[in-house]
Design a protein around this ligand. Sequence first.
Ligand code: HEC
Length: 130
Amino acid sequence: MRKIPRARRAALIALAAVVPSVVFAAGSADSKKYEKVDKGPKTIDVSKYPQEIQDTYKKLFSKKCSKCHTLARPLNTSKTPEEWKTYVEKMRKKPNSGIDQKSAEQIAKFLLYDQQQRKDKDKKKDKDKK
Ligand code: HEC
């Protein structure tokens, strides 16, 4: 077997040590950003929501929006109605999202309703506590 020169070997070892840490840092920056929301609840109680919204939650949202991240991400993120519309569209356009236009519109409706009924009220509760 041919011997690898000492300097080249040292460079290879250094590279081997650096590459995984760079890849890890890139991955953890994203996971840090979502760490808090992703650790929150992955389900909510929709039994008091209108039937149509309940159906969207069960049949569309739970299935379509849990493909790449858990449902905790959308369920624990607050956005304005405009932002939700933009966001659902952004998710829909991701490669292989499996979300069609009609489902996206219904999911947006669910997210807007849930924002007003639950998230905005929880935020108010937090404020009242202070
Ligand atoms: C094809 C994969 C995929 C699908 C399907 C998907 N997401 Fe995402 N989602 C991502 C990725 C990747 C990110 C990280 C940020 C980005 O790339 O936009 C993300 C981030 C998010 C965020 C965090 C946004 C923020 O505040 O920065 C929310 C909320 C979200 N998704 C909601 C949804 C909803 C709602 C659905 C269903 C309509 C959905 N996602 C479906 C891949 C997906």
